[in-house]
Design a protein around this ligand. Structure first.
Ligand SMILES: Nc1nc2c(ncn2[C@@H]2O[C@H](COP(=O)(O)OP(=O)(O)OP(=O)(O)O)[C@@H](O)[C@H]2O)c(=O)[nH]1
Ligand SMILES: [Mg+2]
Length: 452
């Protein structure tokens, strides 16, 4: 049986596979298949609306398992939670980045804008092929991208829905006779393309990138319980992207008063204690990882400072241009200017230390390596829609630096995929941590900066 299953799945299988839903590890021969015949509807773990999962005994010549009604199957499932496993995870190492933050901090818009930008910039600048590992499973995120970036009615107001607890982005399964909720992963395959200098090392360097869009309420103190595993990815993540939204802070709102028309800075303000959200995440990570409550987190903590368009007056409003952080290398492809990212981080840190000191101390008491990266998923503020919510006109969207946290995290996790700039001949930038002239390049109207 073992060899049959292994033969059927073929090609460079990993010896252990990690499920992107429940994060359990298992061997390839344990993987289940999803039955296709309509009579085989109902699975004791995945649910009564789901097709049966089974351990096959018969395969056809194409390596497809045959269900008990004789129909060849294509899809695979985790032996623990019975949820569908994209095949990329059988062949590539998983790379998980957790996106966390308070409700309304901009997670869903950031994720959509980041993925849209990465689809272009990774191939064009780093010779990396980046694609949906399972387009059906990524459908919701693709819909978000289409709404914002490919909308035929680009002058109409649109909005992404608030992520609901136990809504579309979660899946209920029955494990050990208990109903539990798991976060739905978005999985992408990332691999060197034919022009990448390390194409021959593709097997070692390729990654199955897993991302999640949780509801902010799940990160609030008390927001997770024994039946909700939705935030368990935190302790497995190779880097944490904590979305800090300055518009939620009363001091920032006071300082920016009169300098922005964003309704979130006035009557539509959200106010969550984001330092408490970070403390809560820190405590969950330590508990899940079994480390002491005072142990420092050693992986990168990237504070993604969202809605830059709304608070940029605090640093003189230089627009952020991703292409200025890439420099062409002599060996082909581009290198990421991590030095300049660090300088911008220093600048943002000093502004936040002044206005939101409790948050900076929360971040730095938790993690060893903290980097502050400003982004704007929209590039301009939303407006009040006639229905009373906040909405944006796609024609006004100009993302700023939304790919940079991912590129920076990827550089830290797999340096060969996104190398950093190390040329001594490079012009030095001002050492005072200010956003430089080049970062402050003004984009012409109606021109989306390459890669965003
Ligand atoms: N000014 C400005 N507003 C933004 C930006 N990105 C998102 N927003 C606004 O922030 C609000 C919340 O954004 P979401 O992405 O839904 O926030 P979230 O963190 O996913 O919230 P939950 O799903 O409730 O956890 C929306 O009304 C957006 O219009 C941005 O780049 N600039
Ligand atoms: Mg959301």
């Amino acid at each position: 049986m073992r060899s049959t299953q292994k033969d059927a799945l073929k090609l460079g299988l990993r010896s252990r596979i990690t499920c992107p839903h429940c994060w359990q590890e298992f061997a390839p021969h344990e993987i289940l298949w999803i039955a296709v015949h309509p009579d085989l509807c109902g699975d004791p773990v995945a649910g009564s609306d789901e097709q049966l999962r089974f351990l096959p005994t018969r395969f056809n010549v194409n390596g497809q398992a045959i269900d008990i009604k004789g129909v060849p199957c294509n899809d695979l499932a985790c032996p623990h939670c019975h949820l569908k496993i994209p095949r990329a995870l059988l062949e590539m190492k998983p790379l998980l980045f957790s996106i966390l933050g308070a409700p309304g901090s901009g997670k869903s818009y950031f994720l959509a804008s980041m993925i849209w930008g990465l689809r272009n910039i990774l191939r064009r600048s780093f010779h990396l092929a980046f694609s949906d590992a399972d387009p059906l499973a990524n459908q919701l995120l693709n819909d978000y991208e289409e709404k914002l970036f490919l909308n035929p009615d680009s002058h109409e107001l649109v909005a992404l829905p608030k992520t609901e607890k136990e809504g579309e982005l979660y899946q209920g399964v029955s494990i050990d006779q208990r109903s539990v909720w798991l976060a739905k992963p978005f999985v992408f395959s990332l691999q060197p393309d034919n022009n990448h200098p390390l194409k021959s090392k593709s097997t070692q360097l390729s990654r199955a990138v897993c991302l999640y869009d949780n509801a902010g309420e799940h990160f609030l103190p008390g927001g997770s319980n024994a039946n909700n595993y939705g935030t368990q990815h935190l302790s497995l993540s190779q880097a944490l992207f904590f979305l800090f939204d300055p518009t939620q802070h009363p001091h920032v709102r006071t300082r920016c008063a009169g300098k922005t028309a964003d309704p979130q800075m006035k009557d539509r303000a959200w106010t969550h204690r984001q330092d408490q959200v970070l403390f809560e995440a820190a405590s969950r990570i330590r508990t899940q990882a079994g480390t002491a409550q005072n142990a420092k987190y050693e992986r990168p903590l990237i504070i993604v400072v969202t809605k830059y368009d709304a608070w940029c007056s605090l640093i003189g409003c230089p627009p952020l241009n991703s292409s200025h952080l890439m420099q062409e290398s002599t060996t082909g492809g581009f290198q990421l200017d991590t030095e300049r990212i660090q300088k911008v981080s220093d600048k943002i840190r000093s502004v936040l230390s002044d206005l939101t000191p409790e948050f900076v101390s929360a971040a730095e008491s938790f993690a060893e390596n903290v980097t502050y990266i400003p982004v704007s998923a929209l590039g301009s503020g939303p407006e009040l829609s006639p229905q009373g919510g906040l909405a944006i006109r796609p024609s006004r969207i100009r993302p700023m630096w939304t790919e940079i946290p991912f590129l920076f995290g990827l550089h830290k996790a797999v340096p060969h995929l996104v190398p950093s700039l190390s040329s001594p001949a490079r012009q030095t930038q001002p050492g005072n941590g200010q956003v430089s002239e080049q970062d402050a390049h003004v984009q012409p109207q109606n021109h989306r900066e390459a890669g965003t």
